[in-house]
Write a protein that binds this ligand. Structure first.
Ligand code: FNR
Length: 189
């Protein structure tokens, strides 16, 4: 069985993050070929190009974690109709110094949840735009804008509603297929 290491970023660093809860519930529904490892960005300072000449260890480790992943999953809330600043800061670190963009050619997918009916749709669209610029081949479809409701995740950390669980299972199956498709296409030599 060919397995893929999927680095995942939780857009929120809140202790009770509903996006972290969603991520943990997702992993229980994922195909066994996908192995998930968190890539944390909470220790990164705010990026500026003043760091480029001597990248700090936190920045180097973060870039290395992205580059050593077969694929990246971003599970993010929407803050003020975009992605949280901490997540954007982390992505800026990974994209630099110029010419060393860590997301280049790494397949990705975006998902998120919010209590509002919009289910992070606008924030995810911003995230997709950023990944496009960074040349990460992202899964375009299916999209997953999840409205978080009380009881959506049960005490065992599982998606309680069978139809939501089925939808998310299909989302993850499609992500597995997307990763396999992207990584099976080497350039002609
Ligand atoms: C929010 N929230 C929010 N929700 C949304 O659907 N659209 C939005 O634009 C915003 N904007 C926003 C800005 C800021 C600064 C905060 C703190 C919150 C609400 C948000 O969806 C809610 O707090 C979720 O619980 C965030 O997800 P995590 O952090 O729990 O994973």
């Amino acid at each position: 069985m060919k397995t893929y290491k999927v680095g995942y970023l939780i857009g929120s660093i809140a202790k009770e993050s509903i996006n972290r809860k969603l991520a943990n519930a997702l992993f229980k529904l994922a195909p066994p070929q996908l192995q998930f490892e968190e890539i944390s960005f909470r220790d990164l300072p705010i990026y500026s190009y003043d760091h480029d000449a001597d990248y700090p260890e936190a920045g180097r480790k973060f870039k290395q974690a992205i580059e050593s992943s077969d694929a990246i999953l971003i599970v993010t809330p929407e803050y003020n109709r975009s992605v949280p600043g901490g997540l954007k800061n982390a992505i800026d670190w990974a994209s630099r110094p110029w010419g060393t963009n860590s997301f280049d050619k790494i397949p990705s997918a975006v998902i998120g949840t919010s209590p509002g009916a919009i289910g992070t749709a606008v924030g995810q669209q911003h995230m997709r735009s950023i990944l496009g610029f960074l040349n990460s081949p992202q899964m375009n479809s299916p999209e997953a804008y999840i409205q978080f409701k009380d009881g959506m995740i049960n005490d065992a950390g599982e998606i309680a509603d069978p139809s939501t669980a089925e939808f998310l299972g299909k989302y993850l199956k499609a992500f597995h297929e997307h990763i396999a498709h992207v990584l099976s296409k080497p350039a002609d030599s």
